[in-house]
Ligand binder design. Structure first.
Ligand code: PMP
Length: 349
């Protein structure tokens, strides 16, 4: 072994869900949206000029930042964009969690949080969710180096009401509180309405789920100008061109079609509510999801066994296997057709 090998950064990486390929696959494992992006996005893609590829992108992604500011009625100094919300969240960890005190996030939540903490050497503690997987606000009223919660939470799908998010932010005005709202468009109330009142609140959202654009990698944060300036300083110290020009253009297009957005979100929510009933009839129980996935457990059949049986049928769902999650599957809401094919198999199984 050479000396340099001792100096390699040792990290425990995040493991993303499988991306299997094939025609007959039913893919319900990574919370993608089963519907196409807005028609305007596909039109803009077809009409895109090669100049957009030849030149460097606009490092400040102004077109998209302006469009998001308009869309939400915020100032452009309140918006930061990045390569999916993973990029935005990673930058936020790097920018804001530097006190040396442990940051707090729930024991069951998005499994990338401990990975970023590990990568950046940020100490952390993980208050335990209650028996029903609920966040206990009182656990976050103690000294800490910052807080991050996913709301709605993943993989549970549960959502804290806005008043409780506000209580958490108000009790922690000396640290930055990040609310990861990757799934907020499918239910719950965004904490965006609070950012004018709390300078320490950063709300992070994505185009990957509700806007069907996971492959384009577009995420954004909304917060006070102080937080956004700090994020930009870190970004420009690492890579000025995080966002590629096609993503900037196509993300902007996606925001224009509010009707389409509303209709697709509604379709997924309807399928989800039907899925809750159908899973119930099949002997499953599930948490009251406000997202585009369900967190389900069967009364008799072990989750791992079901995961493997479904996989053999080319139906992909997510199994985590961690101690508190080992009895559960996370099932993304697909089209009605995909869901029917899954129920059909589960019935026969
Ligand atoms: N936050 C949560 C809670 C998620 O589940 C995901 C999806 N893996 C992300 C953030 C990241 O999504 P993206 O980088 O595609 O925006």
């Amino acid at each position: 072994m050479r000396l340099w090998e001792n100096y390699i950064r040792n990290v425990e990486p995040y493991v993303p869900g499988e991306q299997p390929h094939g025609e007959k696959i039913i893919k319900l494992n990574t919370n993608e949206n089963p519907y196409p992006p807005a028609p305007g996005v596909l039109k803009a893609l077809k009409e895109m000029n090669w100049e957009e590829f030849r030149k460097y992108p606009d490092p400040s992604a102004n077109l998209l930042v302006d469009a998001l500011a308009d869309y939400y009625g915020l100032g452009k100094d309140q918006i930061f964009v990045g390569v999916g919300s993973d990029d935005v969240l990673g930058m936020a960890f790097l920018t804001f969690f530097n006190s040396g005190k442990p940051i707090l996030f729930p024991d069951v939540t998005y499994s990338f949080y401990p990975v970023w903490a590990g990568l950046f050497g940020i100490p952390y503690e993980t208050p335990v969710l209650d028996e029903e997987f609920g966040i206990r606000i009182q656990d976050y009223k103690r000294e800490n180096g910052g807080i991050v919660i996913a709301n709605p939470n993943a993989p549970t799908g549960l959502c804290l009401p806005l008043e409780q998010v506000e209580e958490l932010v108000r009790a922690n005005e000396d640290v930055v509180v990040i609310v990861d709202e990757a799934y907020i468009d499918f239910g719950g109330e965004s904490a965006r309405s609070l950012i004018g009142r709390y300078e320490n609140l950063l709300v992070v959202q994505t185009f990957s789920k509700s806007r069907s654009m996971a492959g384009m990698r577009i995420g954004y944060a909304m917060g006070s100008p102080k937080l956004i300036t700090a994020l930009n300083h870190v970004k420009y110290s690492y890579n000025s061109y995080t966002m590629n020009q096609p993503s900037i253009i196509l993300g902007t297009e996606a925001l224009k079609d509010k009707e389409y957005f509303k209709s697709r979100v509604e379709a997924i929510v309807n399928t989800r509510e039907r899925a809750k009933r159908r899973f119930g009839e099949l002997g499953f129980s599930c948490t009251d999801s406000y997202t585009n996935f369900l967190f389900v457990t069967h009364e008799h059949i072990p989750a791992k066994e079901l995961f493997e049986a479904l996989r053999r049928e080319q139906i992909y769902v997510r199994y985590f296997g961690a101690p508190r999650l080992k009895d559960y599957l996370r099932v993304t809401i697909g089209t009605e057709e995909d869901m029917e094919a899954m129920y059909h198999f589960l019935e026969s199984y």
